[in-house]
Design a protein around this ligand. Structure first.
Ligand code: NOJ
Length: 540
């Protein structure tokens, strides 16, 4: 017997980066009322839920991932009334709102932190991690992970920017506060949380354990029981960088911790594993991509549930990194969309991915806003001279987080409909002139219309094959490393997915598709060869 599924298992979620989505009051920053204006667009696309990047009060050093008050809306984005209205309007359209819970750290503007540094004896001092002498731990944005507080003659730990002080989850009172934050938003009717940097909440810095520390499962189980489990069907999706085994430890339902956890193996295959990571990108190895997808699809089957994504606000655009954003932008964006939407699990799309938005190619360092890009530049290029300016710029062009953060392209009016002409907080992407919602709505052959077909297909009669079927790779039929062929099998029947991950035409065994029902393809007719980025799904 099949257990009744949770709402999020069959869902297509859509991540909104609020500052860049739609600016309703023309101040250069996207806002909540802008999101409300676009709910019909999202409904029409087939979206079931929105993951909203943070909208809480914040000095915006890291665009909201530095929260100064978890119970207030940042005035840049609107008011609590606007937010309540968003919930009402989303509900009318059967769209859930998933909040971003940033609770590994707070802004140093948070009241807790202010109290923590004003008095060593305050209970809030123990909400953070202080040390008399720093060690050599590095922040993931570059530079030391310790920042000096003259008032205390102590250093506080920050895994991210120095404006983001890590919380001390070993303190039970802090953990209670986090559960209360969750309840506040769940009481309002939110559908759940994406939990930022969740693997970091338990650490043992003395032993150099900075992630997945000894008490992580205790803390998450406790949070689950004190908050998520008190409500119906709450989604809790953690941000982490797990192996399959670690992912299962967090998400097997019987453990009552998280519903899901993102895995970043698939989406970061262009990061350099040897040096400088995303800032010294490497070409995506297609053999590896196919193995990684297979391992995750098979590794979680019947034990937990996959999260499927290629883009978010921290990554370069997928069509630039995994496709070809020049000659084959449309074909490769459609191919990547088909790959994603044919996989088992919960789908997360990122704003603009449904248009095939490419990276903006900002060659001028001054255009970048991202605290990670800027701090890392200072550390790697200016201070330590480990990379030249040009080398670093090549990394930024591919993988700066700002690549995904440029304002959304709605139409052909001023600022492409993001607002009514006020300079947006981050430069527009020049491709907005061609690649925008208005143009694509009017073009049957557009990436946007293709995404709509894909989502409709995924939710239609063959739903089970797409969402939760046995993943079988047909390696013996792959004639080239760019060719990816897999089946999604239920009992003795299946859908067959054939993809060309590259731009060279490939020989393929036509009997695989002859006389079969073609469910979707990104080319009009089939041919004897598999053309650039061609994808075909047939029902066997
Ligand atoms: C992960 C978020 O996705 C990223 O944008 C942020 O900078 C860090 N966590 C710190 O909150």
């Amino acid at each position: 017997m099949v257990n009744k599924r949770k709402w999020w298992q069959e869902a297509v979620l859509y991540q909104i980066y609020p500052r860049s989505f739609k600016d309703s009051n023309n101040d250069g920053n996207g806002d909540i009322n802008g999101i409300i204006e676009k709910l019909d667009y999202l409904k029409d696309l087939g979206v079931d839920g929105i993951w909203l990047s943070p909208i809480y009060a914040s000095p915006m050093e890291d665009n909201g991932y530095d929260v100064s008050n978890y119970f207030e809306i940042n005035p840049l984005f609107g008011t609590m009334e606007d937010f309540d209205n968003l919930l009402v309007e989303a509900k009318k359209r059967n769209i859930k709102i998933v909040m971003d819970l940033v609770c590994n750290h707070t802004s140093i503007e948070h009241e807790w932190f202010k109290k923590a540094i004003s008095d060593k004896n305050s209970k809030y001092h123990d909400f953070y991690i202080f040390k008399d002498q720093p060690d050599d731990k590095k922040s993931s944005f570059g530079g030391s992970a310790w920042c000096y507080v003259p008032e205390l003659n102590q250093y506080y730990y920050h895994y991210f920017d120095k404006s983001q002080a890590d919380l001390n989850w070993a303190n039970p009172e802090l953990r209670k506060e986090v559960a209360n934050i969750c309840k506040f938003w769940l009481d309002k009717g939110c559908g759940g949380f994406r939990l930022d940097a969740i693997e970091l909440i338990s650490k043992d810095l003395e032993k150099n354990i900075i992630a997945n520390g000894p008490h992580i499962h205790k803390y998450l189980h406790e949070l689950n029981q004190n908050a998520f489990a008190l409500y119906d069907d709450v989604l809790s999706v953690g941000e982490g960088w797990p192996t399959i085994d670690i992912c299962l430890d967090y998400t097997r339902p019987e453990r009552k911790e998280l519903s899901l956890i993102f895995e970043f193996e698939t989406a970061t295959l262009d990061w350099n594993p040897k040096e400088f990571g995303k800032y010294k990108p490497i070409p995506v190895d297609h053999s590896k991509l196919k193995d990684v997808i297979k391992n995750w699809q098979q590794g979680l089957k019947d034990k937990s549930w996959n999260v499927v994504f290629l883009e978010n606000h921290d990554l370069g655009r997928s069509v630039t990194r995994y496709g070809n954003d020049n000659k084959y932008l449309s074909e490769s964006a459609k191919m990547l969309g088909t790959l994603l939407l044919s996989l088992n699990g919960t789908i997360f799309l990122y704003q603009g991915e449904e248009l095939g938005m490419p990276n903006p190619y900002f060659y001028d360092l001054d255009i970048y806003d991202d605290v990670d890009s800027k701090t890392m530049y200072q550390d790697v290029v200016v201070k330590n001279k480990l990379m030249s300016h040009d080398e670093f710029m090549n990394g930024l062009i591919k993988n700066s987080r700002d690549n995904a953060r440029t304002p959304m392209h709605w139409d052909n009016s001023i600022n492409n409909g993001f607002n009514e002409g006020h300079m947006p907080w981050l430069h527009m992407n020049e491709h907005a002139k061609d690649i925008n919602v208005e143009n694509q709505q009017n073009d049957d052959n557009s990436v946007l219309n293709y995404y709509k077909k894909l989502i409709t297909l995924r939710k239609g009669n063959y739903k089970e094959y797409f969402i939760n079927a046995e993943f079988e790779r047909i390696e013996e039929k792959e004639t080239n490393e760019d060719m990816f062929i897999f089946k999604k099998v239920i009992n003795n029947s299946a859908i067959l997915v054939i993809l060309n991950l590259g731009e060279n035409e490939l020989e393929f065994d036509n009997s695989l598709i002859n006389n079969k029902e073609i469910l979707i393809s990104n080319y009009k007719n089939t041919s004897a060869k598999l053309r650039a980025y061609e994808v075909i799904i047939v029902k066997e």
